[in-house]
Design a protein around this ligand. Structure first.
Ligand code: KIV
Ligand code: ZN
Length: 398
């Protein structure tokens, strides 16, 4: 069934809404907090990237976060601007006030539904939780018609209780229902089961957007997000560079490129301008002071780097030999043939040509290549400056 959403109108059945929570769940991880000015800079970048919804913060958390969300709502155009709120009057009121200037705004309210969280964290009975869902969603609906409700710790919630909770939220007016894997515990099979169950058994679940929110404690966040979408979810919550609580959230760039690169397995559309991915990732690293690991998919500096001779030779003949997407499609300028001890003569020759030494002749090339291998044994990576020095030295020696 086609969903009519207050912020998006008619949502095509294959359209996946990209909900970015870099500025909320991402910012919550130790060392990643951002000033209001830094958040605003990131928010403009996220709008250029083309996210559909931007969760800008948790306004009740601090006056600074309220101000950051309010400024983003006033100045950033394009995405729906969202603020987080617990199931509490003050939280929801502050969230509503913070996003009020936005052209399109959302309040995202949540409460835990797992037995463990209800008993030990909330110290509330299941019935009290159900009543809190009705009250919180209704209050949020008084302030905006785009309301998201999340069942915190959904993946450790009894299926029967989860259905009742979701039904309450829909009846109270929620237009997006998010089922988070708060502790990164679920497998893709669990995800598929949970979404199919809610979709198939909760009245009116096909009239709202179902959303997936995955943490990466077992390294399964992206796989879980894609499994949820295959089972009917149409919103993915994610962060740039996968930053977030503990091991992080599903990485936006990985989710989006898995959809883009494998349309056969993931036949969905989204509005991300993928060429902006690397620029946005770099900005986040600069703002937070945390670089991504070199082997990080899509945005790590080795994601399109090739050192082994066999791979470099294949790349020089046809880039598709060892690349499943082009570096340009995500915003890198080109692939990088890194010269090291595993590199072969073909890559060495190509690199020299790139550096302007295209015609040094076979004998000189052989000698330079031998000296390069000796150098590569001593150094982990041979930089372009090393090559220039090596070849220039060769020319001088002649
Ligand atoms: O992980 C989680 O459950 C959350 C909710 C607040 C959506 O971040
Ligand atoms: Zn989370």
């Amino acid at each position: 069934m086609t969903v009519h959403h207050p912020s998006f109108g008619r949502v095509a059945p294959d359209r996946v809404i990209i909900f970015d929570t870099t500025l909320r769940d991402g910012e919550q991880s130790p060392g990643f907090s951002m000033t209001a000015a830094e958040k605003l800079r990131m928010a403009h970048a996220l709008a250029s990237l083309g996210v559909d919804v931007m969760e800008a913060g948790f306004p009740v958390a601090s006056p600074d976060d309220f101000a950051a969300v309010h400024t983003i709502a006033s100045e950033v155009r394009g995405p729906v601007i969202c603020a987080l709120a617990r199931a509490a009057r003050d939280d929801i009121t502050r969230a509503g006030q913070a996003v009020r200037p936005a052209e399109r705004r959302r309040i995202h309210t949540f409460i835990s539904t797992s037995p463990l969280h209800m008993e030990h964290k909330l110290r509330m009975t299941p019935d009290a939780v159900l009543d809190a869902i009705t009250a919180s969603v209704s209050l949020a609906r008084d302030m905006t018609d785009d309301v998201e409700w999340s069942a915190e710790d959904a993946t450790r919630t009894e299926p029967e209780f989860l259905r009742r909770a979701v039904e309450r939220a829909i009846r109270a007016g929620a237009t997006t229902i998010n089922l988070p894997d708060t502790v990164g515990y679920a497998t893709p099979e669990d995800m598929a089961r949970m979404f199919a169950d809610v979709r198939g058994n909760v009245p009116d679940a096909d009239g709202v957007i179902l959303s997936t929110h995955n943490h990466n404690d077992l390294g399964l966040a992206v796989a879980n997000a894609l499994a949820a979408v295959a089972a009917g979810a149409r919103q993915i919550e994610c962060t740039v560079n996968g930053i977030g609580e503990r091991a992080g959230n599903a990485a936006l760039e990985e989710v989006v490129m898995a959809i883009r690169t494998r349309p056969d397995a993931n036949p969905y559309s989204n509005g991300i301008r993928t060429e902006e991915i690397v620029r946005t990732s770099r900005l986040l690293a600069t703002v937070t002071g945390f670089d991504v690991q070199p082997n990080k998919a899509i945005v790590g500096r080795n994601a399109f780097a090739h050192e082994s001779g066999i791979h470099q030779d294949g790349m020089l003949k046809d880039k598709r030999s060892y690349e499943i997407m082009t570096p340009e499609s995500v915003g890198w300028t080109r692939s990088n043939l890194v010269l090291g001890k595993h590199s072969g003569r073909a890559a060495f020759r190509a690199k020299l040509a790139e550096l302007g030494y295209g015609d040094i002749g076979d004998n000189r090339l052989t000698d330079a290549f031998r000296r390069f291998k000796e150098l590569a044994d001593r150094k982990k990576v041979v930089f372009e400056e090393d090559l220039v020095a090596l070849v220039d030295d060769e020319v001088v020696r002649d």
